[in-house]
Design a protein around this ligand. Structure first.
Ligand code: SF4
Length: 122
């Protein structure tokens, strides 16, 4: 979401002028609510947003933990950061370039949860 200064890209926030979520037809709360439905609505809007790449890059650079930015939640962005994906890389290659990596991490996390559920050691 908008108007949080991460100190990235020379504080050039011009991309925010094209932010789909800033349009009045959308509920701003969707980007910061914890419910699955609200998050899904926010993510769907992000996927159609022209500045998704800039937005996600900005949030990663600023280590913003709250809200949906560039179609990713805070924990999802944290996984990218943990995997060594930088804000510059997101800006250069776009968020979809790392979809496979994200999927791999999600499979790994699912497997860990399964091991915990069945009493194994993580
Ligand atoms: S990607 Fe999503 S959060 Fe970012 S500016 Fe676009 S609609 Fe808003």
């Amino acid at each position: 979401m908008l108007e949080q200064d991460s100190g990235f890209i020379g504080d050039d926030l011009a991309w925010q002028a094209d932010a789909l979520c800033a349009e009045p037809r959308y509920r701003a709360d969707d980007w910061f609510e914890n419910g699955r439905k609200a998050t899904d609505r926010a993510k769907r809007t992000c996927m159609a947003c022209l500045v998704q790449r800039e937005c996600l890059s900005y949030a990663i650079a600023g280590e913003i933990t709250e809200g949906v930015w560039g179609a990713l939640t805070g924990p999802e962005r944290a996984r990218l950061i943990d995997a060594g994906i930088t804000a510059e890389a997101v800006l250069a290659y776009g968020p979809h370039a790392f979809a496979g990596l994200r999927a791999e991490h999600e499979r790994e996390l699912d497997a860990r949860v399964e091991r915990i559920r069945f009493g194994g050691i993580v």
